[in-house]
Write a protein that binds this ligand. Structure first.
Ligand code: ADP
Length: 353
C-alpha cells in the first residue's frame, strides 16, 4: 500500500524509501524513537505532507491528488482534537457528516448511538467535552474516528496522555474492538509495549528508514540489529570482547544462520535463570558454574518478580567472551544485595549480531 515513500522538510529527510503493506483487517504498529518519522508517515498517508517520492494507495486506489477528507481515513491523535463547543454525540457525528456516504440524518443518529455504546459511553452523549475524563475523551475520539467505517484507521500515540492502568485497560479493549469490527489500522507510538499489545505486525523505524518488520514475538526473539534489540527494551546486549570460547558456540545469528563473526550478543531476560551461590559447597560448583557467578548490585520488585541487576565476575557467559558486564535477570525469590548468584543461560535464546 505504501511504496518507496520519502518525505522531506527542506534539507531534512524525514522518511526514506519506506515500503509498507497493511492487509485488510490487520493492525500494524510503527514504533521508533522521537524524530524517526512516525508522524510524517501518518501525515503523508493523510495527504497533509507532500511526498518527495513514492506512492500511497488504499484499497487499490492511488491517493495521489485525493483530498484528505476523501481518503477514507479515520484519525485518532494523542490530544484527541475534539471540538470543545460540541457535545459528545455531536463530536462522534461530526466524522459522519464529513463523509458523503452518510448524509441520511436518522442513519447518522443510529450510528452515533451504536458507536457510543461500543466505547461504553452511551450515557454521556449529551455531555460537553470539557466535562470528560482523559480516558472518556479518548473513547470519544475513537468513536468519532470509527463512525464512518474508515478503510484505514490511523492512531498517533492514541493513549499517550493516559495513566498506565487506563492505558493497559484501553489497549485490551481496543484489541477486541478492532477484531470485532475488522478494523484495518496503522498505529504509531514510541511505546513498544503498547505496540506489541495491540498490533499483529510491528514496523521499527529509525531515522526515516524501516529497520525491521515482523510479528511482535519475531521482533522480540530475533531483533535484526542491536538498535532494534535496545529499542525493544532488551537490557542484556553486550559487545563481544573477543572470540567465542568453549565448544557450544553455535548461537543464533539474527539472520537465522549459526555461527559468530560479529560484535554483539543479546541475552533475553527469559534466557537467564539464577539461584543463590552463597552456601553452596565449593565441590558442588563445576567449572562452568564458576564462569557464571554474578554479584547482586540492585534489586527492584516489578510485576511480581524481583528484577536483579548484577555484575559478572567472570568474563565468559554463554561460552562467549564478553568481558565483565552488567546482567539483568528476574528471580522469584529476593536475593540480597552483595550476594552471589549462579547464572544459567539458555543459549538457544541468545542472538549474536
Ligand atoms: P516522530 O513522529 O517519529 O517523532 P516526525 O515525523 O515528527 O518524527 O519527524 C521526523 C523528522 O522530520 C525529524 O527530524 C523532525 O525534526 C523533522 N520534521 C518534522 N516536521 C517538520 C517540519 N514541519 N519542518 C521541518 N522538519 C520537520
Amino acid at each position: 500500500m505504501i511504496r518507496d515513500l520519502s518525505v522531506r522538510y527542506g534539507e531534512t529527510v524525514a522518511l526514506r524509501g519506506v515500503d509498507l503493506e497493511v492487509a485488510s483487517g490487520e493492525i500494524v504498529a510503527v514504533i521508533g524513537p522521537s524524530g524517526c518519522g512516525k508522524s510524517s508517515l501518518l501525515r503523508a498517508i493523510a495527504g497533509l505532507e507532500p511526498l518527495a517520492s513514492g506512492s500511497v494507495a488504499l484499497g487499490g486506489r492511488d491517493l495521489a491528488g485525493v483530498a484528505t477528507h476523501e481518503r477514507d481515513l479515520g484519525l485518532m491523535f494523542q490530544d484527541h482534537a475534539l471540538f470543545p463547543h460540541l457535545s459528545v454525540a455531536d463530536n462522534v457525528g461530526f466524522g459522519l457528516r464529513m463523509h458523503k456516504k452518510n448524509q441520511d440524518k436518522a442513519g447518522r443518529t443510529a450510528r452515533v448511538a451504536e458507536l457510543l455504546q461500543l466505547v461504553g459511553l452511551e450515557e454521556l452523549g449529551g455531555r460537553g467535552i470539557d466535562a470528560l475524563s482523559g480516558g472518556e475523551a479518548q473513547r470519544v475520539a475513537l468513536a468519532r474516528a470509527l463512525a464512518p467505517r474508515p478503510g484505514l484507521l490511523m492512531l498517533d500515540e492514541p493513549l499517550g496522555s493516559l495513566d498506565q492502568l487506563l492505558r493497559q485497560q484501553l489497549v485490551v479493549e481496543l484489541r477486541s474492538m478492532f477484531a470485532e469490527l475488522e478494523v484495518t489500522a496503522l498505529h504509531v507510538t514510541h511505546d513498544q509495549g503498547e505496540a506489541f499489545a495491540l498490533a499483529d505486525r510491528v514496523v521499527v523505524l529509525r531515522d526515516g528508514e524501516v529497520q525491521q518488520v515482523g510479528r511482535p514475538a519475531e521482533l522480540w526473539q530475533r531483533p535484526a540489529s542491536v538498535f532494534v534489540a535496545r529499542f525493544l527494551g532488551h537490557p542484556n546486549v553486550w559487545a563481544i570482547g573477543g572470540q567465542p570460547v568453549g565448544s557450544e558456540a553455535g548461537v543464533n545469528q539474527a539472520d537465522g544462520s549459526k555461527g559468530i563473526d560479529d560484535s554483539a550478543l543479546l541475552v533475553p531476560i527469559s534466557a537467564i535463570s539464577a539461584r543463590p551461590a552463597d552456601g553452596e559447597r565449593g565441590s558442588n560448583l563445576s567449572a562452568a558454574d564458576l564462569d557464571r557467578l554474578v554479584i547482586v548490585q540492585q534489586v527492584r520488585f516489578i510485576e511480581g518478580r524481583f528484577r536483579v541487576t548484577a555484575s559478572s565476575e567472570g568474563s565468559t557467559l554463554c561460552q562467549m567472551n564478553v568481558g565483565p558486564v552488567t546482567v539483568v535477570l528476574d528471580m522469584v525469590d529476593e536475593p540480597q544485595v552483595g550476594s552471589r548468584l549462579l547464572v544459567k543461560v539458555d543459549h538457544r535464546q541468545v542472538v549474536a549480531f
